[in-house]
Design a protein around this ligand. Structure first.
Ligand code: COA
Length: 330
């Protein structure tokens, strides 16, 4: 049996934040941000709107598209690096908000690669016969945790909020569905893109001191991330193609994690993927981490860019480092 995507949808908060809005808060410019990242605007939540709320909106839309209700879902997978709480995870909050029965809910913590990891888990759980209908959500609320001063500008201009969701169901062996996935990690680079606090390595009594030192803001070595990302994106695409016996020219649509436009362009060039076969929406949403692939896929599908029978490849890289790719027959 093959696991197929029966519904794919997204939700982004209403508040649009342009590069010019950020110029007021820190020493940056629209020209710098556009040239280095391709980003023109992004969405931020309103205070009190959490990652599980964004996920809820996307999940409802994906369920509608699949013609299913929350009662039909067997299992929830929720990918995020910005959960409402340190614990419990967003999966259980979504179970309650959707009104699902007491089904299992798993949180995935592989950052920008979270949706690809989650899709691979959903695929395995469905093909093994464990579950028949899985709700996979990738959602982020990063705007609440960024450092909006000049010190934090490298990350503040890139990361943003949003959610995407997919309903994965059991399908026919030779019909549309997930063909293969590849997943990787390399923890020696954990601190090249990370957030240290809150941490369990120090007593909670030291938390105030650590926050005063700014150690609760995410940190990134942009150049190192860029270098590894461009290499790993290409490797993961080639690896998943090899697994299914396909070639680069067989890809009808490549949906890369929307890290930054320069990375997507470099990857597309190395893979010889022309713009018509590449999904890019980072200019409107910024980098929404685990939400970026489902948002991009949802928009591409709504625009009719994935046709029945097409080979669609998703590829991601992010903090960890983690990276991976999934090949889907649409
Ligand atoms: N506005 C203006 N200047 C900025 C800035 C901003 N938002 N952010 C950084 N700068 C400055 C730096 O402080 C540096 O100044 P200096 O030369 O006086 O020290 C200068 O711009 C160049 O910084 P550098 O880091 O060399 O720029 P870059 O060309 O590498 O671009 C990134 C920075 C972050 C855009 C780039 O490294 C990148 O895209 N990395 C990958 C990030 C990413 O995609 N992460 C998510 C992966 S999932």
């Amino acid at each position: 049996m093959r696991a197929k995507i029966a519904g794919i949808a997204h939700y982004v908060p209403e508040r649009v934040v342009t590069n010019h809005d950020l110029e007021v808060l820190m020493d940056t410019s629209d020209a710098w941000i556009v040239e280095r990242t391709g980003i023109r605007e992004r969405r931020y939540v309103r205070e009190g709107q959490g990652t599980s709320d964004l996920g809820l909106e996307a999940a409802r839309a994906a369920l509608d598209q699949a013609g299913l209700t929350p009662a039909d879902i067997d299992f929830i997978i929720f990918a995020t690096l910005s959960p409402d709480y340190m614990f419990p995870g967003c999966g259980v909050l979504l179970q309650q908000k959707l009104g699902c029965p007491t089904i299992g809910a798993l949180d995935v913590r592989t950052q920008c690669t979270g949706f690809v990891y989650g899709l691979s888990m959903a695929d395995a759980l469905i093909r093994s016969g464990t579950y028949r209908r899985i709700l996979l959500v990738g959602a982020e609320t990063q705007s609440m945790g960024l450092n909006f001063t000049t010190e934090g500008r490298d990350m503040a201009v890139i990361f943003a909020d949003g959610a995407g969701a997919a309903v994965i169901v059991a399908g026919d062996d030779d019909g549309p569905g997930i063909l293969a996935s590849v997943l990787h990690s390399e923890g020696q680079y954990a601190k090249e893109l990370w957030m240290e606090v809150p941490t369990c390595l120090a007593p909670s009594t030291r938390m105030t001191e650590m926050i005063a030192e700014g150690r609760h803001f995410p940190q990134m070595n942009g150049r190192e991330v860029f270098k590894h990302a461009t290499r790993r994106f290409v490797e993961a695409v080639d690896e998943v193609l090899e697994k299914i016996g396909a070639k680069r020219e067989d890809i009808a649509l490549l949906v890369p994690h929307q890290a930054n436009k320069r990375i997507s362009d470099a990857v597309a060039e190395r893979l010889s993927i022309e713009p018509a076969r590449l999904v890019v929406n980072v200019q409107r949403y910024g980098n929404t981490t685990a939400a970026s692939i489902p948002i991009a896929l949802s928009e591409a599908v709504a625009e009719g860019r994935a046709r029945p029978g097409d080979l669609v490849v998703l590829v991601a890289f992010g903090s960890g480092f983690t990276w991976g790719a999934t090949a889907i027959r649409w």
